[in-house]
Design a protein around this ligand. Structure first.
Ligand code: GLN
Length: 289
């Protein structure tokens, strides 16, 4: 049994960080063209061993920087600390990748959909937000090797009659734009419950508040944020149904076709996995009971 380390659930929407836009807004302001043309902005720096013709150089949207778009509302992968700075597994892994590539990490916090769009449009170099690799997304962006397994679960009120089997008769809250929303709102033929049964909220936290206030009967969300939300709302008596709603892979998203940066980021990620750095970051945020 895993347990997320206790941390303050910051009221993220009220806060902003350097170089970020407000949550749920459009992708970050950038001097780069918004078009999704490849390769990424020509003003980017040369990275890698550019002197060595055998090692392809990579470019980033800002010289010397690695811009990561995220939605810092997904503990323990990304959340804001008490001072409003983004922290979490994804943030630290991205910082370690940037370090290996000789770059400085810049975290741009925005809505989840916006974080995915920013990387598609070349406004950020990478997106990390506990992002599930899905077929639809693979058509619009590229993904590194997976770095975690995500398990979606169902949160209900203690004592409720909701089960994994009767979700189709209930109202379900999800975070807009997530795979939880996409799959649950799909037609029953495709394993979903239909749009009429699903409400997409701006954040997972807002979806959980809708459960607490009785607007929905259940919330479908990734397991680790689910545990955190249940703990943060202990007084409301929430619980996670036994069982897995769906199991997925998380990976880092990059703009489609940016093969040089992909090779560099994947190389760094795999080195971090091999040398134990990745696991030590995970262990900081997730402890066994
Ligand atoms: N893993 C889910 C997805 O990719 C949720 C991610 C999130 O809410 N940050 O859609």
């Amino acid at each position: 049994m895993k347990k997320i380390l206790a941390f303050a659930m910051a009221t993220a929407m009220a806060l902003s960080i350097a170089a970020c836009t407000g949550a749920g807004s459009t992708p970050p302001a950038s001097s780069n063209p918004p078009a999704s043309s490849n390769p990424p902005a020509a003003s980017g720096n040369q990275g890698g061993s550019s002197a060595d013709a055998s090692t392809p150089a990579f470019t980033t949207v800002e010289p010397g920087k690695l811009h990561m778009s995220t939605n810092a509302e997904f503990p323990p992968y990304e959340m804001l600390d008490d001072s409003g700075s983004p922290v979490g597994i994804d943030v630290e892994v991205a910082a370690a990748i940037a370090d290996k590539l000789g770059l400085e990490l810049v975290v741009n916090d925005m809505g989840f959909d916006a974080a995915l769009l920013a990387v598609q449009n070349g406004q950020s170099d990478i997106a990390m937000a506990g992002i599930t690799v899905s077929e639809d997304r693979l058509a619009k962006m590229d993904f590194t090797d997976s770095y975690a397994t995500g398990v979606q679960v169902v949160i209900v009120k203690e004592g409720s009659d909701v089960t994994m089997d009767n979700l189709g008769e209930k109202m379900i809250g999800t975070q807009m734009g997530t795979t939880g929303y996409i799959y649950a709102s799909d037609t029953p033929d495709n394993g979903g419950y239909g749009e009429d049964h699903v409400i997409g909220y701006e954040t997972g936290a807002v979806a959980v508040q809708a459960l607490v206030s009785g607007q929905v009967d259940a919330v479908i969300i990734d397991n680790l944020p689910a545990q955190s939300y249940v703990e943060a709302n202990a007084a409301a008596g929430l619980t996670i149904l036994e069982g897995t709603w769906v199991e997925e892979d998380y990976a880092i998203a990059l703009q489609k076709g940016n093969t040089e940066l992909m090779a560099a980021v994947n190389g760094a990620l795999n080195e971090l996995k091999a040398d134990g750095t990745f696991q030590s970051i995970v262990d900081k945020y997730i402890t066994a009971d």
